[in-house]
Design a protein around this ligand. Sequence first.
Ligand code: BG6
Length: 496
Amino acid sequence: MVERRLPVMPERTPVPLFDLVLVGATGDLALRKLFPALARRAAEGVLPDGSRITGVVRSGDSPEALKEHLGTKLREHGVADEDVRRLLPIVEFVKADIADAASLSGLAERLDDPNRVRAFYLATPPDRFIPASRALKSAGLLEGGTRLVLEKPLGQDLASARAINEAVAAVLPESQTYRIDHYLGKETVQNLLVLRFANTLFERSWSERDIDHVQITVAETVGLEARAGYYDKIGALRDMVQNHVLQLLCLFAIEPPNTLTADAIRDEKVRVLRALKPISGLDVLQKTVRGQYIRGSLDGSPVPGYAEELGRESGTETFVSLRCELETWRWAGVPIFLRTGKRMGSRYSEIVVTFRKLPHLIFPGQAGAAVEANRLVIRLQPNDGLQLQMMMKVPGSGRLKLVPRVLDLRYDTAFDERTPDAYERLLTDVIRGDQTLFMRRDEVETAWSFIDPIVEGWKEHYATPHRYVAGTSGPAQAVALIEREGRSWSDPELRV
Ligand code: BG6
């Protein structure tokens, strides 16, 4: 389906002339997300004339055939024909092995203009990051403020993430290193800071004093897709929680930064990660739930189980739920429930904040019994926006009746502009040199320090995944995780 063209907000600062090199240019991420994002930016006139995009491939078809393939893929992914035609002239494909300095001479000749911002985007598996950064350095390609973009996953545990970070730091300063977590590019995620720090109403009640508990859910309907090689080694905890879900938690829970600079915000995010109470040893059995989907149905159509898709049995989790706590004055005693899974009943990501119950109710009988705690739903996707559930009096005279109703603020009705895709924002931020929405080295490593003991605890205590039927909201044990505390998951389909 070709997307509807809506205007976007004018750019804050112009994007400078650039040379962007995409490594892994024929991979799924590049074809599904990066090139379409660049096509939209080009169509909106955001990319300055003369800018160039170079796709690096190791082997395969001729550059002309690759360009044709790119055109076909862009159209398949909904990019309008005129936008494809606008993007293709600025794209060239070059054959090179990014991990072999000797094969980079052609690329070095092409990237000879010192007046452009130069960025390399490694949309490759993480085992290429170390050899690629070394080869780029020895080919002299990292000079003059060159930026290096690293796509997630950044390693698979703390040790491998550290090794990558150290190798990169040996050839490039942190200020030129951009670690992508595309959730940070999502509009509603950025709006979390505005919600918190530009609204008196919320900021004053954003603490254990008024908040009972918090839930963060990232539910997906997709299954394994064509990623067996990667996913089965990683699982939901490391694929989603280590990065996206913990980043959401950081922005939800941070203390006000004293300025809006990239480092001021990232300093505060690291503090949240450091405050996470470790989950390890036997605790993993109490505070975490692993799940794996079995055959079920989605939208009325049957879908296979994970093991069937994979072609063999596996102990990898496709669903995970955690009960976390932050050891700070602000958040002491507030449980934070996280969950994410594949092949769940519907695709949505949201943060649900349940406020505390009132200390005393003046409404008698049924009216009082009907009072529910206020709940704020921060919806990240789809239908981004905010919903605040409040109690209302049912109109009319006679017996007082109270019901919950929702104040509903949706992005698509509040604004006429198109919401840009996360990668559109992040790609232009790299060129502009704005690191705010990228993960700093210490953030990534601190997140791994929280995740590693959970993985070890699972191994130590043989915590195999519980089965859940595809198309549902996960295993029953995840329901028990929250319900044994007298709370329950907030299910979008059951809301008023
Ligand atoms: C990626 C994960 O980082 O995020 C995928 O590797 C996941 O497994 C994807 O499907 C989800 O992103 P989005 O933007 O579709 O929610």
